[in-house]
Write a new protein. Structure first.
Length: 326
């Protein structure tokens, strides 16, 4: 290769490298040295008083990353300047909560170093810290995400896997984000904490195929208990049910035990039993240690946190998480 060829090649490598600016650990070490400590201190102060919020925040993170990547687009207000409805009002996100928590962290960071820390990074850091504070696993959170400027309700509806999803749909939607079946099993493990509204699975109890029947894939004894004690009518939209009864505030392996016993609340939980691959992953997790699960979960969370991120000159650093900079 001649001199000019080498120069051109070097230029292309440099150009592509800058265009694909990546996330890195300690991204804010120089620009906002106290950023991660501010986030952690706020989480430590408030999450112990509202531990259920940890589950809500990890769900927010998941829903954000599955629409246009992890860019904080889920935080944008209900309608844009053009009148389009944002992700917040899409059916999968109507029960998402924790927005004010993110806003309060953002206010602290803006006071410390204005215009430096993205809302997308705040979601990611707050999620990790909240799970840790409640006794769950930790994982690496490389930072440097920038905030998106587009949020679309239809995209949220089309991209976020529904609780009624079968294994084929789950595999397709995860693969579209660069996540495989192992990631599906591990990330589903977050259902070991938190609660769900009856309305998200009541069709399994009362009208599974439209003729007033029950989902045969749901353990009949468990279904009877849910009908008698929790979801007493098919129209109950308010009652909350523990997703991992008995240890819904403990990040453990019990969720997987329940799935194999046909006691996962959602069809998407039950779907993990219908693939030999995902069922094998579950069996392997249950035969291993809790620390092994934590380590594997950590890898999938970091992987998800990199989905479709905007870095370098892409996106922006929003001044207010709910509004695109003017």
């Amino acid at each position: 290769m001649g001199y000019f060829g080498i120069v051109i090649l070097a230029f292309l490598v440099a150009f592509l490298g800058s265009a694909r600016a990546d996330l890195k650990m300690g991204f804010y070490d120089k620009s906002c040295p106290k950023a991660e400590k501010i986030v952690l201190d706020f989480v430590k102060e408030h999450i112990p008083n509202a531990p259920s919020l940890a589950a809500a925040l990890i769900r927010m993170h998941f829903h954000d990353c599955f629409v246009r990547g992890c860019d904080g687009s889920i935080l944008l207000n209900f309608t844009t300047a053009s009148g389009n409805q944002t992700e917040k009002v899409a059916p999968p996100n109507l029960s998402v909560r924790g927005f004010s928590f993110i806003d309060r962290v953002k206010s602290l960071l803006e006071a410390e170093c204005p215009g430096i820390v993205s809302c997308a990074d705040i979601i990611t850091l707050v999620t990790r810290d909240s799970i840790v504070v409640t006794g769950g696993p930790t994982w690496r959170v490389p930072t440097g995400r920038r905030d998106g400027t587009v949020s679309n309700a239809t995209e949220a509806l089309n991209n976020i896997p529904a609780p009624t999803s079968n294994i084929s749909t789950l595999q397709t939607k995860f693969a579209a984000k660069g996540l495989n079946l192992k990631d599906l099993v591990l990330l589903s493990g977050a259902h070991t904490i938190g609660v769900a509204h009856c309305s998200s699975f009541s069709n399994r109890l009362y009208n599974f195929t439209g003729v007033g029947d029950q989902d045969p894939a749901l353990d009949s004894e468990y279904a009877a208990n849910l009908k008698a004690r929790k979801c007493k009518t098919s129209t109950d939209n308010t009652t909350l049910v523990e997703m991992d009864p008995g240890s819904f505030r403990t990040f453990d392996l019990d969720y997987y035990t329940l799935v194999l016993k046909r006691r996962g609340l959602f069809q998407s939980d039950s779907a993990l039993r219908t693939s030999s691959t995902t069922k094998t992953y579950i069996t392997q997790l249950l035969s291993g240690s809790l620390q092994n699960f934590y380590s594997e979960f950590a890898l999938s969370m970091e992987k998800m946190g990199r989905v479709g991120v905007k870095t370098g000159s892409a996106g922006q650093i929003r001044k207010h998480c709910a509004v695109v900079n003017s």
